[in-house]
Design a protein around this ligand. Structure first.
Ligand SMILES: [Zn+2]
Length: 751
């Protein structure tokens, strides 16, 4: 056996062995129950980061565990074309080469996109394989491949025929950076310091207003007279105002409802309307209504039959012009600093512009209903706390804007249409289109619905709810039995990993330096599914030490003389412990509690097996028990550390085959010895106690030597006539005090 586990050579050999023997391949097998997991397809825009490493390892552990339990386990890999992100990257690449996207025809540009798909797809498959993933590569799928394209067209057609896809002028989020419509889910919010402008909308008939209403806050004495004051952070949208709205319960404004005010920028007369939406406590309690440029105003406009007015210019220059005009005509009452939320594009972070535009939409109300009910119809969300977010999104869902004004992605399958579809329109079909749908194939019937979907909680609304309603709508079944949400990997200090902080960790680099097993173990150990795990390189070092420990224990075993079969107390204790760890690991794995399982397995091996049993068996040497515990342990931990376990089990111990299909250990009730185990535990406790006592005695002896030296020093000093004659009194007192304390301490230690 080599001195250490040579992971570089072994990993490549073992992975090749698995590929050559089609070990990851899952087939329709009526004698077995299927267990299907679809890999959440990574975007083909960049190298995989540590978050992917974490996310993809979890389903890999599940698949390996389930296969050992006798399931026909399938882990299906794929990639996502990520239309917006890819298009941005390719455009940037071309610009570096001096080529502007606008100078290319659609066909020319798409050639570059396709070249990108090819390069990055290969790179990402390479990285997934380096992570040791047990994926069935024969089923690799891409959201832009022929089959996925057919599924997308079929879904579009069916929804269109049902009237659930429509084209219409609606309020959408427009990203000026991406120059495309976005869905609600693609808008993120960040707080920003802005200026709140208070603007007076003068009453059209001032004399009436003056006579009827005396409330002082209504009467803003501006040079144009009296009117209603509204607060706005976007004065450039005033030309699009079609009304001023107040709450019907607001006594301050009750008598104004139905009168007209003047738009301070255009001079047109607009009505004062009443709507429950208006918050009496916010600002002045009066709201300008701009249906063409605000989602809430759009809805209010619909309720009151107000025709939206689109404002052509909404840029910074338009804002400056608006403010100047308002100042000049005296309607700008005040300007105040204000901190509020701004919606930004989740890809390019530019503030999005709510705009009325002609787009394709999916009507969501009807589709959302069964997805809401799914929580009572078998869909499990793990951890349960995410149910709230899931329901919140579905209960507040608006129609889904699916058209994008970019070139890459699936074309909207309608004659003459140049828009493409939202990337998530194809990802929503992933759990069933990857298994053959829309065709009714044996694969589809056997492997669908899938069992578990593992993904980050941050894409619950982009992806998870859309897979659920799509699955129900097109297959009549939930796409998965449960969705497992995991946290986001943070650095050792708990910070988000980011380019600007430079604290990102490349999983492939960790794997190159420490091996796949060390990477997998270190990213899993100690994690809780609903928390954000912390990761640092030190964890990989600790994992490597653990692997060395397993390797050395194996060497020890191979050198043991075989033949002694007497079951001594230590053997019985260890066999009982082994049953305990088999039971707890199985239970933890079943609950997807891999972090704790990894911890417990490490403690069992390091503490119980190495520290206590191996110490003991140096004298007793029951190789049969040793070998049994070692091989059982290797099978237990192999889903988490598949390579070193395979190397030891199949090659070093010469057992052949593969751990992939070895049976997952089961408790052996014959080997429970509670009485002996208890006695041995007592023995361990005694050893620990006497070790501690010995340590204490040693410390005491050292202390005695030290005190005796100090006492002698004090006595010498106090006996020195020069010291007694010349030293200040406080110094002499201090030495006397020390002598007293040391003498007492010594007496205590000796008695
Ligand atoms: Zn953008």
């Amino acid at each position: 056996m080599e001195k250490n586990f040579d992971f570089k050579t072994a990993e490549a050999q073992i992975y090749k062995k698995w590929l050559d023997t089609d070990a990851f391949r899952a087939n329709v097998n009526p004698n077995k129950k299927p267990y299907t997991i679809i890999l959440p397809p990574p975007n083909i825009t960049a190298r995989l980061h540590i978050g992917h490493g974490f996310c993809f390892t979890i389903p890999d552990i599940i698949t390996r565990f389930k296969r050992m339990q006798g399931f026909e386990a399938l882990y299906l890999p794929g990639t996502d074309h990520a239309a917006v992100a890819t298009e941005a990257k390719v455009t940037e690449e071309l610009r570096k080469q001096g080529i502007e996207k606008s100078s290319l025809t659609r066909e020319q540009f798409m050639k570059h996109i396709e070249a990108w798909y090819k390069t990055y797809s290969e790179q990402i498959i390479g990285q997934l394989k380096r992570m040791g993933l047990a994926c069935d590569w024969s089923r690799f799928a891409f959201t832009m491949d022929e089959h996925s394209t057919r599924a997308v067209k079929e879904v579009f057609k069916r929804l269109h025929e049902k009237g659930l896809i429509y084209r219409g002028e609606r309020m959408i989020n427009f990203c000026p950076g991406c120059k495309s419509a976005l869905s609600d889910a693609e808008v993120e919010y960040k707080t920003e310091n802005r200026t709140m402008y208070h603007v007076c909308y003068p009453a059209a008939d001032e004399s009436v207003l003056r006579k009827k209403y005396a409330e002082p806050f209504l009467k803003q004495n501006t040079s144009v007279g009296i009117g209603i004051v509204v607060a706005t952070v976007r004065p450039e949208t005033i030309p699009g105002d079609v009304a001023v709205a107040v709450n019907p319960k607001d006594k301050r404004y009750a008598k104004l409802i139905g009168t007209m005010v003047i738009n301070p920028l255009t001079g047109t007369q607009i009505p004062v309307i009443a709507d429950d939406y208006v918050d009496m406590k916010f600002g002045t309690g009066a709201l300008k209504i701009t249906p063409a440029h605000d989602f809430a105003d759009y809805d209010i406009g619909l309720r009151h039959n107000l025709k939206p007015i689109v404002v052509a210019d909404l840029d910074a220059a338009a804002r400056t012009r608006a403010i100047e005009t308002l100042r000049k005509n005296g309607t700008l009452v005040s300007e105040k600093k204000y901190t509020g939320n701004v919606g930004v594009c989740y890809r390019c972070f530019q503030p999005v512009e709510p705009t009325i535009s002609k787009q394709w939409f999916v009507a969501m109300k009807e589709l959302a209903k069964p997805a809401i009910e799914a929580l009572n119809n078998g869909l499990a969300i793990v951890p349960k706390k995410f149910e709230k977010i899931y329901l919140h999104w579905l209960n507040n869902i608006r129609d889904w804007c699916i058209s994008r004004q970019i070139l890459s992605g699936h074309r909207v399958p309608v004659d003459g249409e140049t828009d493409t579809l939202d990337t998530w329109f194809s990802s929503a079909l992933w759990p069933f289109c990857t298994l053959g749908w829309p065709d009714d194939t044996p694969d589809f019937r056997y492997f669908y619905p899938t069992q578990t979907m593992v993904t980050a909680y941050e894409i619950i609304f982009f992806w998870v709810i859309r897979m659920v309603f799509s699955g129900i709508e097109f297959t009549g079944k939930l796409p998965f039995e449960r969705v497992l949400f995991h946290g986001l990997v943070r650095d050792g200090q708990g910070r988000k990993m980011s380019k600007s902080l430079g604290n990102g960790i490349d999983p492939i680099q960790v794997i190159d330096e420490f091996g796949v097993d060390a990477f997998r173990f270190s990213i899993i150990v100690g994690t809780k599914l609903d928390r954000d795990p912390r990761y640092s390189i030190e964890k990989a070092t600790l994992a490597r030490n653990f692997i060395n420990k397993i390797w050395n224990a194996t060497k020890f075993y191979l050198n043991m003389p075989k033949g002694d079969t007497e079951l001594r107390p230590a053997d019985k204790w260890l066999l009982t412990k082994l049953n305990g760890i088999i039971k707890s690991t199985t239970r933890r794995y079943e609950k997807f509690d891999f972090g704790v399982a990894a911890n417990d397995l490490q403690r069992f091996f390091w503490h119980d097996f190495c520290d206590w049993y191996i110490e003991e068996s140096k004298h007793t040497r029951n190789a049969a028990v040793f070998g049994h515990v070692l091989t059982t342990f290797l099978r237990l931990i192999s889903p988490i550390m598949p390579f070193v376990t395979e190397q030891i089990y199949c090659t070093e111990l010469g057992l052949g085959g593969t751990l992939l299909t070895a049976e997952f250990p089961k408790e052996d009730k014959k080997n429970n010895y509670p009485k002996e185990a208890k006695q041995f535990e007592a023995h361990i406790a005694q050893v620990i106690q006497s070790r501690n006592a010995k340590e204490q005695a040693e410390n005491a002896a050292k202390q005695i030597v030290h005190l005796e030296k100090e006492i002698a020093r004090c006595k010498n000093m106090l006996a020195n006539p020069g010291f007694v004659k010349n030293a200040p009194k406080n110094l002499q007192d201090l030495e006397k005090q020390k002598l007293k304390e040391y003498t007492e301490a010594l007496w205590k230690l000796k008695n």
